[in-house]
Each structure stands twice: as structure tokens, then as C-alpha cells.
Design a protein around this ligand. Structure first.
Ligand SMILES: C[S@@+](CC[C@H](N)C(=O)[O-])C[C@H]1O[C@@H](n2cnc3c(N)ncnc32)[C@H](O)[C@@H]1O
Length: 328
């Protein structure tokens, strides 16, 4: 591993900007908060502060996901790289810090380019610049976008032998199964014929372990979730008072998902862009889901849109999986 301290500042990488317009984001916020069951889109959790807090979550004892996935990557990255093959275009969704990506890039044979796609601009810029320094011969082509929205994959100088989508972090668990299907279908379109998907999928496990991972004792997850209210205040001129909300999460074993909520501590009114949003005491805003799968349920879901699981790598405790899927 290269020591980052010794590296010079990267030249500013051009960022392809497909960030959703403010008006569109505002509309999504208002729509979610005007429903009977209030919600905020989870993508809004990731502003610069949100991404910083997420990196702190990754270091928590309770948050087994990151260290387990990293350990799987450390043990099996050479096999994964062999599976992806030489000359691939690596497209990463929700690239975040890019820590796991480095383990893969260290092993990949002559990748033609790396395209990180993330909605969190500063985190994307930082990680793309770091990777460009670490892999000076690799074209790094960052795209700031909502990966469920409109964007284009940048053109590369050399043609890829195959397009591979990398989607670590069990971020796929933030989608409902219906949304995940839609997304997987989109991945096959972006990857094109003969493409591949390397995806991190968190596995079902005992309730206590799951609930602790999403509600740590030191309150970092709560700060991460509550930060979205400050963001909505700043960007959309709202008057949320975050101290008037509590963070709560629980595992819904029927739905096989962790549910995350901000709960109003009192009856109150919040104003967003001139619209009054009333809250009863105890009323919840759903901010995020984290669906959990087992190998069969995930394979069945993927098959519905024509993806076959080729390989699965897991840790010894069966906590987490990294899976390689292909389609025709
Ligand atoms: C759970 S974090 C995972 C980060 C990193 N891949 C990892 O494994 O640690 C989710 C990442 O996806 C990004 N993200 C979430 N929703 C997104 C969306 N709709 N479009 C683009 N990026 C999104 C966030 O900014 C964040 O970097």
C-alpha cells in the first residue's frame, strides 16, 4: 500500500456534473414530507458532513459491515480481479472514500479507466484525486450524479474489453426490493452485453447484532441521520430544529430490513420553502432502509432481471458477502 503522506497535491480533476437541480431535490423533499407516512430520500444524508460522519460510522466497533467487507476484499481481491478480467472499465456506484476500490485496483490487470459515481461532491472529489495520485496511469473520470437519475458514462480513450459495475458497502440494501430490481436492470444497461457486477451484500443475522450496527452507543449514527435536517435547513431554507427530533431504528424481521427514523419529540410545525409541515408528538420521518438478504433471496432477485451469480466470497462468520454477477 502506498503512503499517501508522501504524495504531492493532485491536479484538480474535472468532475462531470450531473447533480440533480435544487428545485428537483426540494420537490422530492416536499413530496416525502407531505405523505401520510413521512419520509426523506436517503441520498440526502450524504452532504460533505454526512460523508464525514459515514466514514466515522465505518470505524465503529458495532458497524461490522465495513471491516468485514474490507477483510473479504483483502483475502480475495486477486480472485475477484481474475474474474473481472483484463482491460475492463470499472464503474463504481456510491464510491465514497474509495478504500475498498484500492484493494481491487491493486489487483486488476490493465483496467482501461475508473469511473466513480457519487452524489456527495466533496467526498467524490477527494477520493477521485487520491486514486488518480495512487494510480497515475489509470484514467480516473469522476461523475457527480444521482445514480438513480440522469447521467452519462464518460468516453474513454481506449475501448474497454468489458464494463464492470462495482457497488460495495451493501448500499444495494438501501433500495426496496422493487427499487433494487429497477437498479439491477439499469446496471445491465450501463454494463452492456457481457458486463459484470461486483456487489457487496449484507447478510441476515441475529437482531441484536443488526440493531447495534445501526444505533451505536456513541451516537455517531444518530448524528449522521439528524444531519439531514440541518442540510434541508441550509439548502432549502427550512426551519427544522434538529434537537426536537430523536433518532430511532429497529429491525423489521418480516420485511428483513433495518428501518431508520427521525421521531418528533413534540407537536410542531416546520416550514420549508413556504410550505407548513405539521408533526404530531411521536410522528416519524423514515430516512433509510437497510435490507438484509441471504444468498438464495439475493440470487432469486437478481435472476428476475437476468443476472446470474457467478461467485460468492464471504467471511468465516457468514456476516457479509461480495458477489460477482453476469448477464448475457
Ligand atoms: C453506504 S455509503 C457506501 C460508501 C462506500 N461505497 C463504502 O462501501 O464504504 C453510500 C455511498 O453512496 C452514495 N450515494 C447514496 N445514494 C446515492 C445516489 N442516489 N446517487 C449517487 N450516490 C449515492 C453516498 O454519497 C455514499 O458515498
Amino acid at each position: 500500500m502506498i503512503d499517501l503522506d508522501g504524495l504531492a497535491e493532485a491536479e484538480c480533476l474535472p468532475l462531470r456534473d450531473w447533480t440533480p437541480a435544487r428545485e428537483r431535490m426540494l420537490q422530492e423533499v416536499l413530496e416525502g414530507l407531505q405523505r401520510t407516512e413521512k419520509s426523506i430520500p436517503s441520498k440526502l444524508l450524504y452532504d460533505a458532513r454526512g460523508s464525514e460522519l459515514f466514514e466515522r460510522i465505518c470505524e465503529l466497533d458495532e458497524y461490522y459491515l465495513t471491516r468485514t467487507e474490507l477483510a473479504i476484499m483483502e483475502d480475495h481481491a486477486p480472485e475477484m480481479a481474475a474474474q473481472l478480467g483484463p482491460g475492463c472499465l470499472l464503474i463504481e456506484y456510491g464510491s465514497g472514500s474509495g478504500r475498498k476500490t484500492r484493494l481491487l485496483l491493486d489487483q486488476l490487470e490493465d483496467p482501461c479507466a475508473y469511473v466513480p459515481i457519487d452524489i456527495s461532491r466533496e467526498a467524490l472529489r477527494q477520493s477521485a484525486e487520491t486514486l488518480a495520485l495512487l494510480y497515475p496511469t489509470l484514467p480516473v473520470l469522476p461523475v457527480c450524479a444521482d445514480y438513480t437519475g440522469r447521467y452519462e458514462i464518460p468516453k474513454t480513450e481506449t475501448d474497454a474489453l468489458r464494463r464492470v459495475v462495482y457497488f460495495p458497502g451493501s448500499t444495494i440494501g438501501n433500495f426496496t426490493p422493487e427499487e433494487a430490481l429497477e437498479f439491477l436492470k439499469h446496471v445491465t444497461e450501463v454494463g452492456g452485453p457481457g458486463g459484470g457486477l461486483l456487489v457487496g451484500v449484507d447478510l441476515e443475522k441475529d437482531r441484536a447484532r443488526l440493531e447495534a450496527a445501526y444505533d451505536d452507543a456513541s451516537g455517531v449514527t444518530a448524528a449522521f441521520e439528524l444531519n439531514v435536517l440541518a442540510r434541508i435547513n441550509r439548502e432549502f431554507g427550512a426551519d427544522f430544529r434538529p434537537e426536537r427530533f430523536d433518532y430511532e431504528s429497529r429491525y423489521n424481521d418480516l420485511m428483513r430490513r433495518i428501518e431508520m427514523y427521525l421521531v418528533s419529540r413534540r407537536t410542531q410545525q416546520v416550514r420549508i420553502d413556504g410550505v407548513e409541515i405539521p408533526f404530531e408528538c411521536g410522528e416519524r420521518i423514515q430516512t433509510e432502509y437497510a435490507y438484509k438478504y441471504n444468498l438464495e433471496t439475493f440470487a432469486r432477485l437478481a435472476e428476475l432481471v437476468g443476472l446470474q451469480v457467478e461467485r460468492v466470497w464471504k467471511d468465516r462468520e457468514d456476516l457479509f458477502s461480495v458477489q460477482y454477477l453476469t448477464w448475457e
